[in-house]
Ligand binder design. Structure first.
Ligand code: NDP
Ligand code: 8X3
Length: 250
């Protein structure tokens, strides 16, 4: 399989790269941090016997995304799996106090970045009449939570895009799967709270959150089913998390 992953420098993306690192697979891993990409490539090529290509990529850079997709097309000719994983939350404020620059970054990355990558790679899948796109959504894209406002909105958008992409790409035999994780301990909260590790750790205090590897296992399962089977949507929480009822202000 030829597998292209965005946001592979940490968390889910890195775990997904590691999970798919088996002989016979070729990985193309991307993210903004070049040093991390090189370290992952070295590890996987030396220890897992796979070929790993790395490209620094900011998914918000439309021209860079299009140029990289051209390179992928020339080098690989075919692509089996695109994992749209790059994304982030920034801050957790009530709507009237939100940082509008943070809003821009979340929308540009989680929604527009995912769109740019999909727009650039999907034609290759259409031409080959096969392929699989896995979008990493969130439980935050299923049920909104207090102070989640814009992050939740971006993940609701990912949910809507996954649904419509599946319909649009149906004639071309392309699968689209949305994986919606609940709380998982990655670098997500460190990023959200802008390097405040104490605050990040508090997010996962008192319960056992998901691990990145749990989500990688789910992605691997969805991606290795027979050609006629497409998981549309998978919502995964740790055992100690569940949906809640409407909040009341007393
Ligand atoms: P991490 O912070 O560990 O990983 C995020 C990844 O996204 C990094 O590799 C980062 O790479 C990359 N990224 C961020 N911005 C950009 C950008 N502009 N261009 C390219 N890559 C970018 O968090 P997670 O692994 O937890 O997050 C992965 C995805 O999962 C995100 O979409 C997140 O919203 C979603 N998610 C996370 C959950 C959680 O609780 N952890 C639950 C549900 C969904 P780099 O900084 O090198 O560019
Ligand atoms: C990440 C899960 O609940 O921290 O998408 O927003 S949550």
């Amino acid at each position: 399989m030829n597998i292209f992953i965005t946001g592979a420098t940490s968390g889910f993306g890195k775990a997904i790269a590691e999970k798919f690192a088996v002989p016979g697979n070729q990985l193309w891993i991307t993210g903004r941090r070049a040093d991390r990409l090189e370290a992952i490539k070295k590890d996987l090529e030396e220890n897992k016997g796979v070929t790993v290509t790395v490209s620094t990529l900011d998914v918000r850079d439309k021209a860079a995304v299009a140029a990289l997709a051209d390179t992928v097309k020339q080098q690989w000719r075919t692509i089996d799996l695109l994992v749209n994983n790059a994304g982030l939350a920034l801050g957790m404020s009530s709507i009237e106090e939100g940082d509008t620059d943070d809003w821009d970054t979340m929308i540009d990355t989680n929604v527009k970045g995912l769109l740019y990558v999909t727009r650039a790679i999907a034609p290759l899948m259409r031409a080959q009449r096969s392929g699989h796109i896995i979008n990493i959504g969130s439980t935050a894209g299923k049920v909104a939570y207090q102070n989640g406002n814009v992050y939740c909105a971006t993940k609701f958008a990912v949910d809507a895009l996954s649904q419509t992409m599946r319909i649009d790409l149906l004639p071309y035999n392309i699968k689209v799967t949305a994986i919606n994780p609940g709380m998982a301990e990655t670098e997500f909260s460190i990023v959200r709270f802008k390097g405040n590790e104490t605050q990040a750790q508090k997010t996962y205090e008192g319960f056992l959150p998901l691990r990145a590897e749990d989500i990688a296992d789910a992605v691997y399962y969805c991606a290795t089913l027979p050609p006629h089977v497409c998981i549309n949507d998978m919502t995964i929480t740790c055992t100690q998390q569940a949906n809640s009822i409407y909040k009341v202000s007393r």
